[in-house]
Design a protein around this ligand. Sequence first.
Ligand SMILES: CCCCCCC/C=C/C(=O)SCCNC(=O)CCNC(=O)[C@H](O)C(C)(C)COP(=O)(O)OP(=O)(O)OC[C@H]1O[C@@H](n2cnc3c(N)ncnc32)[C@H](O)[C@@H]1OP(=O)(O)O
Length: 289
Amino acid sequence: MNIIRTVRSVAFSSIPNRTLSTTRSLSTPSAQYTAFEVNDKTGIATLTLNRPPVNSLNLELLTEMRNCLKDAETNKCKGLIITSSSNSVFTAGLDLLEMYQPQDERVKSFWTALQSMWMELYGSKIPTAAAINGHAPAGGCLIATACEYRVMLPNFTIGLNETLIGIVAPKWFVSAFLNVVPRRVAEQAITQGKLFTTAEAHNVGLVDDVVNTKEEAIAKCEQFIGSFKNVNPYARALTKQQFRIKELQELEQQREKDLQIFLGLIMQPSVQKAMGIYLEGLKKKSKKQ
Ligand SMILES: CCCCCCC/C=C/C(=O)SCCNC(=O)CCNC(=O)[C@H](O)C(C)(C)COP(=O)(O)OP(=O)(O)OC[C@H]1O[C@@H](n2cnc3c(N)ncnc32)[C@H](O)[C@@H]1OP(=O)(O)O
């Protein structure tokens, strides 16, 4: 049986998470929305998103994700798996409440944290895999495509649906999508705001495998990470970098401009109005259920 060493864990029980930290004291504050575990036998870390009801990515969750990524790298983990504690949502993407009628400083920190999280995940030295055990729209798809491998459970949806909300998927969201989906398919899907079903996503290459249970999804991710067993990790990391450096440098060099474009767009009255209507629709639907 595998022994799970909990480096950072939260919210799955009423036990305060610091009492679960068995291996070392943490330099970062307690986690609220993530669980981070390292399997002692395989050396593989699992980051579980746990911000009910839909794991929407707010500033705090993004910050915790960054801390987990850093932990996985500094602990020289063999790889990192990202999954969700929900049975139906991987993540609903960016927390729309961070962008709807936002406060100036908070929304800047939010976007900057998203940029950093993405660059750190996309450029991570260790193998990364997403066990997509629920819906993964927009920012959810961004996280999945930042990983090197994706496996998904049936009958969920994934894609960049920003245009349907009246917002624009930034260039770096699109470039990661283009790594896995043919350009023609990507252009049509992203302009339409299409959410692919699991089967469709598999067909176009947006996900690599489909399995029926979360356990099988984790096992597939472990298998993917295990496939690098005989590969020198430094050679692997440098080779991965060759594939990803262009997008990383592009965002790094344009961070401030990207932030200003984001702020300019979301602060437009028409965009705020569209977001308000979309949020209202979500709330109405949620009340009906
Ligand atoms: C150049 C820059 C321009 C700007 C770029 C911005 C890029 C944006 C990226 C994004 O990620 S935007 C977010 C996109 N996400 C979505 O469109 C998903 C919306 N959510 C859903 O479709 C569904 O919630 C779901 C994920 C399919 C799950 O459905 P389920 O039936 O399980 O839950 P719901 O009843 O719909 O929701 C419960 C609860 O959660 C609220 N909520 C859902 N998604 C979000 C969200 N992304 N942000 C904030 N809140 C969300 C929903 O309103 C419900 O709230 P309550 O009514 O319970 O208060």
